[in-house]
Design a protein around this ligand. Sequence first.
Ligand SMILES: C[S@@+](CC[C@H](N)C(=O)[O-])C[C@H]1O[C@@H](n2cnc3c(N)ncnc32)[C@H](O)[C@@H]1O
Ligand code: SF4
Length: 393
Amino acid sequence: MTSYPLHPVGLKAQALNFRALPPLSLYIHIPWCVRKCPYCDFNSHEARNGLLEQEYVAALTRDLEQALPQIWGRKVYTVFIGGGTPSLLSARAVEELLAAVRMLLPLDVNAEITLEANPGTVEAERFAGYRRAGVNRLSLGIQSKALGRIHDAAEARRAAGIARQHFDNINLDLMYGLPQQTLEEAEQDMRAALEFVPQHVSCYQLTLEPNTPFHRHPPALPGEDASGEMGRQLEEFLVNCGYRHYETSAFAQPGKQSRHNLNYWQFGDYLGIGAGAHSKLSFPDRVVRQARHKQPQAYLDAVARGSPVQEEREVGCRDLAFEFMMNALRLNGGFDETLFAERTSLPLLMLRRELEEAGRRGLLLRDLNRIAPTGLGQRFLNDLLQIFLPPEH
Ligand SMILES: C[S@@+](CC[C@H](N)C(=O)[O-])C[C@H]1O[C@@H](n2cnc3c(N)ncnc32)[C@H](O)[C@@H]1O
Ligand code: SF4
């Protein structure tokens, strides 16, 4: 998930004026993994003394109860249980969690409910139970063990097979640009993944994130050009296999885009509960971002005190416009012009100069009512976004 700098409340922003609030999603963070992967900077912690499963599910329920006044009466269209490794939770714990969500929130009858899973043997045995608990989309991370992960290719294949038996909507997460990886190997990995005919594929280029072992001791990665070429070849391969490249790293069969992630990219609202989870919530006159305490124990203590939110800030108009662009321009199909005002309550005219510049540089296309990155804009997304960056950043 994208993270944003948060400052204490106090910076008063100009009042907004929403006619209708954006669609709402729920994100639930599970902050533990069996072992920390050397490239990963997500909020995940080694579960050395086992999981505090009961305690954590109870805390999530309390957290949600305490957050309810901020979203009174609003329907929730998607739920995403992410991590970390949510598949460390027993099926029973997931069932309890989703029962609490259903009891507390008006969940849409067709809600997309995703759970992120790792391909361990124990985890795969839980997939049927997750389905019974109401999860209807499984997202499986199947990167190779060469990256310091604890599962091998045989386990990944077995888990993908079991996932496919129980779910008719699965995502496979795959990385490329790995240490010593050749183009042929990257294609081979993708070919093996597509044998399971997943409805969705997320294809990330490995990045060296600060504060990770890979950043301190960088492995030999394919060069920028080689990785770029790999990305293009994998894209071509996926498109030839019937997948649509709808977002920088996301590919889907027609109609099978991740509805939860689409809501982020279309600048919808989300309540994030759990350790370190981020929220973006709109009110009739303002938009607020929040982050919860990151460390699992600090989070549990904070929930017990009745204050899981560690940081909160109101988003100013210029930041709001930029954040909209930063999300919506990740979508290869772009967005309808009216969406800007719907999601920010601001006039698109405020970005006239920036839109013109992006068009002039061949990074953005305006066609009828749509605004979309060009092929060049997709390739050089950072250059495109830079144009919309407010001056004080
Ligand atoms: C944070 S994980 C959470 C789900 C699960 N634990 C897993 O590993 O698949 C989600 C995805 O982010 C990817 N990821 C984590 N760190 C990354 C990095 N430095 N570069 C690219 N992808 C990364 C993971 O490989 C995984 O596909
Ligand atoms: S299993 Fe996933 S969340 Fe956990 S450390 Fe590895 S990449 Fe990060």
